[in-house]
Design a protein around this ligand. Sequence first.
Ligand SMILES: N[C@@H](CCC(=O)N[C@@H](CS)C(=O)NCC(=O)O)C(=O)O
Length: 213
Amino acid sequence: MELYGYFRSSASHRVRIALALKGLDWTTVPVHLRKNEQTAPQYLALAPAGLVPLLRDRELLLTQSLAIIEYLEETHPEPPLLPASPAGRARVRAIALDIACEIHPLDNLRVLRYLKHDLGVSEEAKDRWYRHWVETGLAAVERTLAQSDQTGRYCHGDAPTIADCTLVPQIFNARRFDCRLDHVPSVMRVFETCMQHPAFASTEPSKCPDASE
Ligand SMILES: N[C@@H](CCC(=O)N[C@@H](CS)C(=O)NCC(=O)O)C(=O)O
Protein backbone atom coordinates (compact mmCIF):
# COMPACT_ATOMS: atom_id res chain seq x y z
CA MET A 1 0.00 0.00 0.00
CA GLU A 2 1.05 3.56 -0.64
CA LEU A 3 0.08 6.36 1.72
CA TYR A 4 0.10 9.79 0.14
CA GLY A 5 0.41 12.24 3.01
CA TYR A 6 2.33 14.91 4.83
CA PHE A 7 4.25 14.34 8.04
CA ARG A 8 2.41 17.11 9.92
CA SER A 9 -1.04 16.31 8.57
CA SER A 10 -3.27 15.07 11.38
CA ALA A 11 -5.49 13.18 8.97
CA SER A 12 -2.47 11.36 7.46
CA HIS A 13 -1.20 10.69 10.97
CA ARG A 14 -4.49 8.92 11.87
CA VAL A 15 -4.03 6.49 9.00
CA ARG A 16 -0.37 5.85 9.82
CA ILE A 17 -1.38 4.87 13.35
CA ALA A 18 -4.10 2.52 12.10
CA LEU A 19 -1.74 0.88 9.59
CA ALA A 20 0.85 0.39 12.33
CA LEU A 21 -1.70 -0.96 14.83
CA LYS A 22 -2.73 -3.53 12.24
CA GLY A 23 0.88 -4.44 11.55
CA LEU A 24 0.64 -3.51 7.87
CA ASP A 25 3.50 -2.32 5.66
CA TRP A 26 3.17 0.81 3.58
CA THR A 27 5.25 3.15 1.48
CA THR A 28 5.09 6.89 2.09
CA VAL A 29 4.44 9.16 -0.88
CA PRO A 30 5.05 12.71 0.39
CA VAL A 31 2.63 15.45 -0.67
CA HIS A 32 4.09 18.73 0.54
CA LEU A 33 1.16 20.85 1.71
CA ARG A 34 3.13 24.07 2.21
CA LYS A 35 4.28 23.77 -1.42
CA ASN A 36 0.63 23.19 -2.46
CA GLU A 37 1.36 19.80 -3.98
CA GLN A 38 -2.17 18.77 -2.92
CA THR A 39 -3.61 21.04 -5.61
CA ALA A 40 -1.32 19.89 -8.44
CA PRO A 41 -3.29 18.39 -11.35
CA GLN A 42 -1.50 15.03 -11.00
CA TYR A 43 -2.62 14.78 -7.37
CA LEU A 44 -6.17 16.00 -8.06
CA ALA A 45 -6.48 13.23 -10.63
CA LEU A 46 -6.01 10.77 -7.76
CA ALA A 47 -7.66 12.71 -4.92
CA PRO A 48 -10.29 15.08 -6.36
CA ALA A 49 -10.81 16.95 -3.08
CA GLY A 50 -7.14 17.97 -2.99
CA LEU A 51 -6.58 16.76 0.56
CA VAL A 52 -4.28 14.23 2.16
CA PRO A 53 -4.29 11.40 3.00
CA LEU A 54 -4.85 9.16 0.01
CA LEU A 55 -4.29 5.42 0.35
CA ARG A 56 -3.56 3.37 -2.72
CA ASP A 57 -4.22 -0.34 -2.26
CA ARG A 58 -3.36 -1.98 -5.59
CA GLU A 59 -5.80 -0.37 -8.07
CA LEU A 60 -7.96 1.12 -5.32
CA LEU A 61 -7.68 4.82 -4.41
CA LEU A 62 -9.15 5.72 -1.03
CA THR A 63 -9.63 9.14 0.57
CA GLN A 64 -10.98 10.52 3.88
CA SER A 65 -8.94 9.23 6.81
CA LEU A 66 -11.81 7.70 8.77
CA ALA A 67 -13.19 5.96 5.68
CA ILE A 68 -9.69 4.62 5.00
CA ILE A 69 -9.36 3.35 8.57
CA GLU A 70 -12.77 1.64 8.37
CA TYR A 71 -11.64 0.05 5.08
CA LEU A 72 -8.53 -1.27 6.86
CA GLU A 73 -10.73 -2.49 9.70
CA GLU A 74 -12.92 -4.45 7.29
CA THR A 75 -10.09 -5.85 5.19
CA HIS A 76 -7.72 -6.57 8.10
CA PRO A 77 -9.96 -7.17 11.11
CA GLU A 78 -7.16 -8.02 13.57
CA PRO A 79 -6.53 -6.39 15.92
CA PRO A 80 -9.96 -4.70 15.92
CA LEU A 81 -10.03 -0.92 16.13
CA LEU A 82 -13.75 -0.86 16.88
CA PRO A 83 -15.43 -2.54 19.87
CA ALA A 84 -17.70 -5.54 19.36
CA SER A 85 -20.99 -3.99 20.49
CA PRO A 86 -23.00 -1.55 18.32
CA ALA A 87 -23.19 0.85 21.28
CA GLY A 88 -19.43 0.72 21.80
CA ARG A 89 -18.83 1.25 18.08
CA ALA A 90 -21.13 4.27 18.11
CA ARG A 91 -19.29 5.75 21.09
CA VAL A 92 -15.88 5.27 19.50
CA ARG A 93 -17.02 6.75 16.20
CA ALA A 94 -18.58 9.69 18.03
CA ILE A 95 -15.29 10.50 19.80
CA ALA A 96 -13.41 10.25 16.51
CA LEU A 97 -15.96 12.53 14.83
CA ASP A 98 -15.86 15.01 17.75
CA ILE A 99 -12.28 15.58 16.67
CA ALA A 100 -12.36 14.92 12.93
CA CYS A 101 -15.53 16.94 12.23
CA GLU A 102 -15.79 19.42 15.07
CA ILE A 103 -12.16 20.50 15.56
CA HIS A 104 -9.94 19.60 12.64
CA PRO A 105 -11.77 21.21 9.66
CA LEU A 106 -11.89 24.61 11.37
CA ASP A 107 -8.11 24.69 11.64
CA ASN A 108 -7.17 23.22 8.30
CA LEU A 109 -4.44 24.89 6.26
CA ARG A 110 -6.83 26.17 3.57
CA VAL A 111 -9.14 27.67 6.22
CA LEU A 112 -6.25 29.47 7.92
CA ARG A 113 -4.95 30.70 4.57
CA TYR A 114 -8.42 32.03 3.70
CA LEU A 115 -8.71 33.83 7.03
CA LYS A 116 -5.34 35.45 6.56
CA HIS A 117 -5.06 36.13 2.84
CA ASP A 118 -8.70 36.63 1.77
CA LEU A 119 -10.31 38.03 4.89
CA GLY A 120 -7.26 39.96 6.06
CA VAL A 121 -7.29 38.50 9.56
CA SER A 122 -4.11 39.29 11.49
CA GLU A 123 -1.62 36.59 12.43
CA GLU A 124 -2.57 37.06 16.07
CA ALA A 125 -6.31 36.75 15.42
CA LYS A 126 -5.71 33.69 13.23
CA ASP A 127 -3.78 32.04 16.08
CA ARG A 128 -6.58 32.91 18.51
CA TRP A 129 -9.08 31.30 16.14
CA TYR A 130 -6.89 28.20 15.98
CA ARG A 131 -6.47 27.84 19.70
CA HIS A 132 -10.12 28.61 20.43
CA TRP A 133 -11.43 25.70 18.34
CA VAL A 134 -8.79 23.26 19.53
CA GLU A 135 -9.23 24.15 23.20
CA THR A 136 -13.05 24.17 23.22
CA GLY A 137 -13.19 21.05 21.05
CA LEU A 138 -10.84 19.14 23.31
CA ALA A 139 -12.83 20.30 26.36
CA ALA A 140 -15.83 18.51 24.85
CA VAL A 141 -13.76 15.35 24.38
CA GLU A 142 -12.54 15.71 27.96
CA ARG A 143 -16.13 15.71 29.28
CA THR A 144 -16.94 12.69 27.15
CA LEU A 145 -13.98 10.74 28.51
CA ALA A 146 -14.27 11.91 32.12
CA GLN A 147 -18.01 11.28 32.41
CA SER A 148 -18.07 7.68 31.17
CA ASP A 149 -17.05 4.46 32.86
CA GLN A 150 -16.44 3.05 29.38
CA THR A 151 -13.27 5.13 29.21
CA GLY A 152 -10.36 2.93 30.16
CA ARG A 153 -6.64 3.26 29.62
CA TYR A 154 -7.61 4.31 26.11
CA CYS A 155 -10.61 6.34 24.92
CA HIS A 156 -12.76 3.22 25.06
CA GLY A 157 -11.66 0.37 27.27
CA ASP A 158 -8.12 -0.93 27.46
CA ALA A 159 -7.27 -1.35 23.79
CA PRO A 160 -6.67 1.28 21.11
CA THR A 161 -9.54 2.17 18.82
CA ILE A 162 -10.28 4.57 15.99
CA ALA A 163 -10.94 7.20 18.66
CA ASP A 164 -7.30 7.01 19.82
CA CYS A 165 -6.07 7.11 16.19
CA THR A 166 -7.88 10.46 15.92
CA LEU A 167 -7.04 11.88 19.35
CA VAL A 168 -3.27 11.49 19.25
CA PRO A 169 -2.65 13.55 16.07
CA GLN A 170 -4.85 16.33 17.44
CA ILE A 171 -2.64 16.57 20.53
CA PHE A 172 0.54 16.77 18.43
CA ASN A 173 -1.14 19.54 16.53
CA ALA A 174 -2.34 21.34 19.68
CA ARG A 175 1.14 21.27 21.16
CA ARG A 176 2.66 22.62 18.00
CA PHE A 177 0.38 25.64 18.16
CA ASP A 178 0.79 26.18 21.93
CA CYS A 179 -2.81 25.39 22.78
CA ARG A 180 -3.76 25.01 26.44
CA LEU A 181 -3.98 21.39 27.50
CA ASP A 182 -4.11 21.72 31.30
CA HIS A 183 -7.93 21.66 31.18
CA VAL A 184 -8.06 18.18 29.57
CA PRO A 185 -6.39 15.76 32.03
CA SER A 186 -8.28 12.66 30.86
CA VAL A 187 -7.42 13.41 27.24
CA MET A 188 -3.75 13.81 28.17
CA ARG A 189 -3.76 10.63 30.26
CA VAL A 190 -5.06 8.68 27.25
CA PHE A 191 -2.54 10.44 25.00
CA GLU A 192 0.35 9.41 27.28
CA THR A 193 -0.92 5.81 27.34
CA CYS A 194 -1.09 5.77 23.54
CA MET A 195 2.44 7.10 23.20
CA GLN A 196 3.74 4.11 25.17
CA HIS A 197 2.44 1.88 22.38
CA PRO A 198 4.93 1.23 19.54
CA ALA A 199 2.31 1.80 16.83
CA PHE A 200 1.76 5.33 18.11
CA ALA A 201 5.39 6.05 18.97
CA SER A 202 6.71 4.92 15.58
CA THR A 203 4.29 6.98 13.50
CA GLU A 204 4.60 10.41 15.09
CA PRO A 205 5.40 13.26 12.68
CA SER A 206 9.13 13.46 13.50
CA LYS A 207 9.53 9.77 12.57
CA CYS A 208 8.12 10.20 9.06
CA PRO A 209 10.42 9.88 6.02
CA ASP A 210 9.30 13.33 4.82
CA ALA A 211 9.77 15.04 8.22
CA SER A 212 11.53 18.37 7.83
CA GLU A 213 11.99 21.80 9.48
N1 LIG B 1 -11.71 14.94 6.56
C1 LIG B 1 -10.46 14.72 5.85
C2 LIG B 1 -9.55 15.89 6.11
C3 LIG B 1 -8.34 15.85 5.21
C4 LIG B 1 -7.56 17.14 5.38
O1 LIG B 1 -8.12 18.18 5.68
N2 LIG B 1 -6.24 17.05 5.20
C5 LIG B 1 -5.44 18.23 5.35
C6 LIG B 1 -4.17 17.93 6.10
S1 LIG B 1 -4.51 17.34 7.74
C7 LIG B 1 -5.08 18.78 3.99
O2 LIG B 1 -4.86 18.05 3.06
N3 LIG B 1 -5.04 20.11 3.90
C8 LIG B 1 -4.67 20.75 2.69
C9 LIG B 1 -5.15 22.16 2.63
O3 LIG B 1 -5.79 22.63 3.57
O4 LIG B 1 -4.90 22.77 1.59
C10 LIG B 1 -9.83 13.42 6.29
O5 LIG B 1 -10.09 13.01 7.43
O6 LIG B 1 -9.08 12.80 5.53
